[in-house]
Design a binder for this molecule. Structure first.
Ligand code: NDP
Length: 407
């Protein structure tokens, strides 16, 4: 049985629900806490986590009277303890504390740690067989088959929180798997949608961080500018819904109103629309299988006037094509794609490489990995994390020569 429920076949939740939010201090965490804040009588907060933001975490833990707060940076335990002194809120620090936060009894957990660091905590929640709103796409990109199999085995219910996948999840309910011919995920095209390749090559950090429609964390905003984020989403869709690369299309849609579409054998296409506000897909996950009141702006199509669509340009945004290559290669290639991209984005932020070099580093790392015969099926989180580790090492080794090379 799939871990993603394709039909609303669950009983509605009426009792107060225990909620945990991993990555509570981030952009997705913020949207999630906003929804919880709107209906305090419906939710009890179990665990909240952060990486280093002790002040933000402690503030949230106090506001929501959380039972447990954890920070990933082990050196910050003392600081977190003092910030929570006298509140009765238990706390911990280090990777094991983040895992403990995931293991504690919650009926619904938001997995919104950024990067591959989110994999082990998400798996800890999966093993509890709980309902998980999955924002952290890297879990699937790094260990997709294994992650979904483990979720199905544990009886965990995976609800896609990423807006495009949430859209597909909603539209997929209109037919069954045999009737599906393809899914289409939309992309805003990011700030460089109309830029020439030579200008994209030289784009600055400030320019990459100016997303036209969405307000998101720094890493995903840069990934949107390079369209690596759409590549990660193609991979995410493949694992979530058991789709082949040929069944997933990307369509550039600058208004970000249509988030995803599903085409069926009769050529009907079901689309999900909404204002670009992450609180809508998160509200869908939080309310599921019911619908709750969402705070996003009401969609006013008359005011928007036009919805436009264009094919993606794989030459100006080579990172998107590399995602399809990685999916077709399989056996950990998507893990390499993600790891190399994380190294490349960090290097771009540190001004060690140009924007255009991000995709070049990912491609060079993927090639080196394949040449070295390093790919093999992943059968555990440790396998995935070992590939992740090796890919980061190779990417770091290749970084200086990529930095020197012009496009
Ligand atoms: P942010 O960078 O805004 O927040 C990340 C959160 O994870 C913060 O709470 C951060 O803590 C915590 N964190 C970072 N590193 C670690 C670590 N090593 N161990 C434990 N916790 C850590 O990211 P976003 O909220 O934008 O994104 C979160 C995830 O959701 C990503 O996988 C992203 O791709 C995905 N996503 C995001 C969307 C968005 O609109 N933002 C849309 C769809 C998916 P601290 O604050 O202390 O740094």
């Amino acid at each position: 049985m799939s871990a993603v429920p394709l039909r609303n076949n669950k009983a509605s939740a009426t009792a107060v629900r225990g909620i945990s939010v991993l990555g509570a201090t981030g952009s997705i965490g913020d949207s999630t806490m906003d929804l919880l804040r709107a209906s305090p009588e419906r939710y009890r907060v179990e665990s909240l986590t952060a990486n280093t933001n002790v002040a933000g975490l402690a503030k949230l833990a106090k506001e929501f009277n959380a039972r447990f707060a954890a920070v990933a940076d082990a050196s910050l335990l003392g600081e977190l303890r003092s910030a929570l002194a006298g509140t009765g809120i238990a706390c911990g620090a280090g990777e094991s504390a983040i895992i403990e936060a995931a293991e504690r009894p919650a009926d619904w957990l938001m997995a919104a740690v950024s990067g591959a660091a989110g994999l082990k905590p998400a798996l800890a929640a999966v093993d509890r067989g709980t309902t998980i709103a999955l924002a952290n796409k890297e879990c699937l990109v790094c260990a997709g088959d294994f992650f979904m199999q483990r979720a199905a085995k544990a009886g965990a219910c995976i609800l896609p929180a990423d807006s495009e996948h949430n859209a597909l999840f909603q539209a997929l309910g209109s037919g069954n798997r045999e009737e599906l011919t393809r899914v289409i995920i939309t992309a805003s095209g990011g700030p460089f949608r109309t830029w020439a390749a030579a200008d994209i090559e030289q784009a600055t950090l400030a320019q990459a961080l100016k997303h036209p429609n969405w307000s998101m964390g720094q890493k995903i905003t840069i990934d949107s500018a390079s369209m690596m984020n759409k590549g990660l989403e193609v991979i995410e869709a493949s694992y979530l819904f058991a789709l082949s690369p040929d069944e997933i299309d990307v369509l550039v849609h600058p208004q970000s109103i249509v988030h995803g579409m599903v085409e069926f054998t009769d050529r009907s296409v079901m689309a999900q629309l909404g204002s670009p506000d992450m609180r809508t897909p998160i509200a869908h996950c939080l309310g599921w299988p019911d619908r709750i009141v969402g705070p996003a702006a009401k969609l006013d199509l008359a005011k928007i006037g036009q919805l436009t669509f264009e094919a993606p340009d794989y030459d100006r945004f080579p990172g998107l094509k590399l995602a399809y290559d990685a999916l077709r290669t399989g056996d950990g290639a998507t893990t390499v794609y993600n790891a190399a991209n994380e190294i490349a984005v960090a290097a771009f932020i540190a001004q060690k490489i140009r924007f255009g070099a991000i995709a070049r580093l990912v491609e060079a790392t993927m090639n080196a990995f394949v040449r070295g015969g390093n790919l093999a099926p992943l059968s555990s989180a440790d396998d995935a994390l070992a590939v992740d580790y090796n890919a980061r090492k190779i990417a770091a080794t290749l970084l200086p020569q990529i930095a020197l090379k012009a496009s």
